[in-house]
Design a protein around this ligand. Structure first.
Ligand SMILES: [Zn+2]
Length: 223
């Protein structure tokens, strides 16, 4: 990729992200590699404090593994450089009904306990002037999932992002998920799931559009 292309992509990602409600973050000057080094050191301390032997050949690499996993994988959505390339096209076909994608896998991390949030999203919009590549809806959901999250914010960030990119208020996001902080600890309830939704524009105002969308929002957990 040429430098101009990289800069344009970066500028567009930043423009989109300033129109999405923020996660509670502070500026960091550290590069990805510097973050990995630092987290590795701190995670070693956590393991040592727990009484684990870091000389053990099975545990030795764990701090590095955790650090790389945090920065490059499960928290990669904290870095705007990882925002997906989004292509929208003019709605020349004049499609004016609901476009809906079901069963989008959501794998996020609860910011209170750093335990997985595992679920499915249903995302819909009614095109105005713009139409988006379908897999981009999955990519957007994935990007905001890869942050420490609460399900309510995740739902709204995806909706904010789509509303801005698609230049329409007619967007809807529904997430149904299991929270491992409720399964592995605390209440230890393996069955309950949490549902959040953000219905905007016609999805909020028109009962038949709302019903049409919510009918698509079956979840794999409940069926
Ligand atoms: Zn939690």
């Amino acid at each position: 990729m040429s430098q101009t292309v990289v800069n344009t992509k970066k500028a567009r990602a930043l423009e989109i992200l300033t129109n999405v409600r923020p996660s509670p973050t502070v500026e960091s000057e550290l590069s990805a590699d510097e973050k990995i080094e630092k987290i590795k050191k701190h995670f070693s301390e956590i393991m040592k404090t727990l009484g684990l032997d870091l000389e053990d050949d099975s545990l030795k690499e764990t701090p590095k593994r955790i650090a790389k996993m945090y920065v490059n994988e499960i928290f990669s959505g904290l870095d705007s450089a990882n925002f997906p390339k989004i292509t929208v096209i003019e709605n020349k076909m004049e499609y004016d009904q609901m476009v809906c994608i079901q069963d989008i896998e959501i794998m996020s991390m609860c910011e209170h306990h750093f335990q997985p949030i595992d679920g499915f999203a249903t995302i819909a919009y009614i095109p105005g002037k713009k139409v988006i590549g379908l897999s981009k809806l999955n990519r957007i959901a994935e990007f905001f999932s890869k942050r420490p999250q609460v399900q309510e914010r995740l739902t709204k960030q995806i909706a904010d992002c789509l509303q801005f990119i698609l230049e329409t208020e007619d967007v809807a996001v529904h997430i149904n998920a299991k929270h491992y902080c409720m399964i592995a600890r605390g209440i230890q309830d393996t069955h309950s799931t949490t549902t959040t939704s953000d219905l905007r524009g016609a999805f909020k105002a028109r009962p038949e559009t709302r019903t049409e969308f919510l009918k698509q929002c079956r979840t794999r957990f409940n069926t």
